[in-house]
Design a protein around this ligand. Sequence first.
Ligand SMILES: O=C1C[C@@H](O)[C@H](O)[C@@H](O)C1=O
Ligand SMILES: [Co+2]
Length: 302
Amino acid sequence: MTAEVKIKFGCAPIAWTNDDMPELGSENSFEQCISEMALAGYTGTEIGNKYPRHPETLKRYLDIRGLQVVSAWFSSFLTTKPFEETKQAFIEHRDFLHAMGAKVIVVSEQGHSVQGQMETPVFKEKPVFTDSEWDLLTQGLEALGELASEKGMAIVYHHHMGTGVQTTAEIDRLMENTSPEKVSLLFDTGHLVFSGENPIEIYKKYQSRIKHIHFKDIREAVANGVKDNQDSFLVGVKKGVFTVPGDGMIDFDPIMKEIIESEYGGWIVVEAEQDPAKANPFEYALKARKYIDRLLQQKELI
Ligand SMILES: O=C1C[C@@H](O)[C@H](O)[C@@H](O)C1=O
Ligand SMILES: [Co+2]
């Protein structure tokens, strides 16, 4: 090794069983999922709906496979529900992740979100927050950030297709109106490129606040089709808009260069939801791991 790579690589279970559409991959078991992740060379995992929710039980399954919990998704409803409701659910989620040794908590605002709606065109009908909803969001996120820091953790905000924080302007507004001490950012390559944003620009601008990364690639023709046909986010996923890094339109080489130059020391999680009946999750997880290794080898980092 010629230089120190501080990045750790994890894999998301969504390629085996999709939490947004549990019928996708319902046949894949929890143990198959984590065994295949480990076999493909990952050391971290996020949490899916088949994972045991009891920390000691989950640890037993993961430890013997050399896996650790990196984070897990949390849906906030700061713009549509009383803060207390989000707060109670968040504390439960935080305490579980803390018991599992995770350092960051993925948060995404689902108030007015269309990401889970099968019939709603994702580009045309994504929500746009009003000024007062923005205030509820930014103040609520700062409060969640304070709750996270009570346990030495941080919240990482997940910009997402079909939500009120999707575009560059919306990410900018969120970052400008929240304190870096309380709200960090998750950088998801797939969502940025699908939305038409420039991932390098976002990475450069917010590298000091990016504490978690999701790597996914985009099948360009499918993404264009989703836009032209006015498909929903979920229909786009079923059609195969997402795939693993190295299999789509995104050039990860300059992205990896920025990440390495910024001395990023967190996790990069390969998260490429697609229909497991069409894209074997183990095969694709391995393909991504080999592609990432090739990128690091070209930079003489491994
Ligand atoms: O991080 C994520 C979690 C999923 O549930 C979501 O829909 C996916 O697209 C994603 O990026
Ligand atoms: Co993601």
